[in-house]
Design a protein around this ligand. Structure first.
Ligand code: NAD
Ligand code: ZN
Length: 267
């Protein structure tokens, strides 16, 4: 069932509101689409600056200082585009689900830290692709702040090295070709398996293994809901699909929940 017609939208949102109330464990799973309202571009939509500043693959990063320098140049170019981004309506909606005790954690492919900025405690955000708001040494794992790295990088033109061990320093994101953090992946899989309502929001559901999570949840008996502007390869197995703007859909969902006096307090 796909609710792209506004007349059907409220009806389907009423159904989702009921499912949210009856669910014991909700597993929200987010992609870049939840952050476009905040001004952070997604990866695949037309005109994406990520394609002009394509992230450098992990093996290339390791192989040459030139690639590392270019990776940092692109990283800072992207940061300049969305520095100061603040959470959108989708982030706030999900923060409400966590605060209401409905969702034990939010699984995200995003690296922008906006879910934490919306008030979700750090330990309740499962980041499958790391975090781009800081950096880390690849050898000793020591955290490094971007502002410090940037001033040294801009003064010297050299890729940063760790002040403690001399190792290579990289944005704390997971690059193409780099293994996913196993602990995060296991936590995400456990949440998917135990959820009774899995909601994928703003993801093209094309990147694996992350895109396997909705399938895992469904196989373990969860209802699957997809909220995304465009169709995804998993629409066929979903119980409800909303093709539209995430901010508007989440706002309407909260309104309808309030009108019906439902018990979830999203504030
Ligand atoms: P994606 O770009 O492949 O898909 C995003 C989807 O969201 C698209 O299908 C698009 O149509 C939809 N969308 C965009 N804005 C929307 C809106 N306002 N309302 C409804 N739908 C909207 O993103 P992905 O599936 O997350 O995969 C991209 C990869 O790139 C991820 O692994 C992620 O780590 C990384 N990435 C992260 C960020 C971020 O942290 N904000 C941004 C870009 C890319
Ligand atoms: Zn180090």
């Amino acid at each position: 069932m796909t609710a792209s017609d506004p007349a059907d939208l409220d009806e389907d949102l009423e159904v989702l509101a009921e499912w949210l109330v009856s669910a014991e464990v909700v597993a929200p799973f987010t992609g870049a689409g939840i952050s476009t309202e905040s001004g952070v571009p997604d990866f695949r939509s037309p005109g994406s600056p990520w394609l002009a500043n394509r992230p450098i693959a992990f093996d290339a990063f390791l192989a040459s200082a030139e690639a590392r320098r270019e990776a940092w140049r692109r990283k800072f170019a992207m940061d300049d585009l969305y520095a100061g981004a603040t959470p959108g309506r989708g982030h706030h909606f999900l923060a409400g689900l966590v605060a209401a005790g409905k969702a034990p954690a939010i699984i995200t492919q995003n690296i922008d830290g906006l879910q934490q900025a919306a008030g979700v405690p750090e330990e309740r955000v499962i980041e499958l692709h790391g975090n781009g708001t800081y950096a880390a040494c690849l050898d000793c794992a020591e955290r490094q702040e971007l502002a410090d790295i940037r001033s040294v990088f801009e003064a010297s033109g050299l890729p940063p090295t760790c002040p403690h061990c001399g190792g290579m320093v990289k944005s704390a994101t997971i690059s193409f070709g780099q293994a996913l953090p196993q602990q995060a992946l296991q936590r995400a899989q456990a949440l998917a398996r135990t959820s009774d309502l899995f909601i994928a929001i703003g993801s093209s559901l094309l990147v694996h293994p992350a895109a396997g999570l909705p399938v895992l949840a469904k196989r373990h008996g969860a209802r699957l809901v997809i909220i995304n502007r465009e169709a995804t390869p998993l629409d066929d197995i979903a119980d409800l699909v909303f093709n539209g703007e995430i901010g508007a859909i989440c706002t309407r969902l909260v309104e309808l929940s309030g009108d019906a006096g439902r018990s979830i307090n999203y504030s």
